[in-house]
Design a protein around this ligand. Structure first.
Ligand SMILES: [Zn+2]
Ligand SMILES: [Zn+2]
Length: 290
């Protein structure tokens, strides 16, 4: 089959899978569509019952924009990009590079839960590293500004990010999967659901820091300071880069929680020029002035 056929097949396959998820035609544990909605409703419910910033509205600033982003980044963009990813995979295969060609750790003999734990930790680390790079290099930061343009924090802000970020995160994620032999990432849906839940909670309007577990798990208090407008002088590129785990920030000394106040100013210097609409943000970052 040629590349064009594969391209079209991948897009129609992903579209079909998404549609089957919507009409409950896939197993419940594989259903990211309704899974995402369920997690969102639960975390939103917790925000309503236990709000940290009591004066924040249930439908906070940009609630619907962020709700749309959830579906765009998780489903619409995934469908659009699936053809390109398929062709790239085939191209690499033509050069003899497959997902199994870099195996460093063979997991096939280990118990399933341990395989998943290693996958979770490794995947989280490469995402932490990617996140640091997004802050460190201006060409990447321009796109990451979209995520940092959140001015009022709530669970759905989790998935407000520029579609280019999906592409930036991909290489290191694939590299992580390549290192693990005998492991099928398609089986890791539980890991992804846990990551979505932690990410939603990190952005939620709930004061949670998990006691001593805060040194392991990222949490809403820690992540709020990641979005702080004012950063400490010696950490001007950013703090608290953790995705699901906070441990990397403690190891690499990028942690920063001055006080547990929920009422700090969010954003970044110059955020007033960020377009307010989805379409404005869609094309943001490509311009020299951005
Ligand atoms: Zn960031
Ligand atoms: Zn965030």
């Amino acid at each position: 089959m040629n590349y064009l056929e594969q391209f079209i097949n991948a897009i129609s396959g992903t579209l079909n899978w998404t549609w089957r998820s919507i009409i409950f035609d896939v197993s419940w544990y594989n259903n990211y569509f309704w899974g995402l909605i369920l997690i969102s409703i639960v975390v939103w419910g917790l925000e309503i019952v236990f709000p940290w910033r009591k004066n924040q509205s249930i439908f906070r600033k940009d609630f619907w924009l962020d709700a749309f982003y959830m579906f765009f980044n998780f489903f619409i963009f995934t469908i659009i990009i699936s053809g390109a990813y398929k062709c790239l995979g085939l191209l690499f295969l033509n050069f003899g590079v497959s997902i199994k060609s870099l195996t460093l750790i063979n997991l096939s003999q280990l118990p399933q839960w341990f395989q998943l734990l290693i996958f979770f930790i490794l995947l989280d680390f490469v995402q932490w590293l990617t996140h640091v790079l997004l802050h460190r290099f201006n060409v990447l930061w321009k796109f990451h500004k979209v995520h940092h343009s959140v001015k009022e924090m709530g669970f759905a802000a989790h998935l407000r990010y520029h579609w280019m970020e999906n592409i930036f995160y991909k290489p290191l994620k694939i590299f992580a999967v390549m290192l693990l032999g005998g492991f099928e990432p398609e089986q890791a849906y539980i890991v992804h659901f846990i990551a979505i839940t932690i990410g939603h909670l990190n952005h939620s309007n709930i004061k949670l820091s998990y006691g001593f577990l805060k040194y392991i798990f990222n949490n809403p208090v820690m992540h709020l300071y990641h979005h702080a407008y004012t950063l400490p002088k010696d950490k001007s590129y950013g703090v608290n880069f953790g995705i699901s785990l906070s441990i990397w920030d403690y190891i690499f000394k990028t942690n920063y929680i001055p006080k547990e106040s929920g009422s700090i100013t969010l954003g970044y210097k110059g955020d007033e020029i960020m377009p307010k609409s989805f379409f404005g943000q869609l094309f943001y970052g490509f311009n020299k002035k951005d």
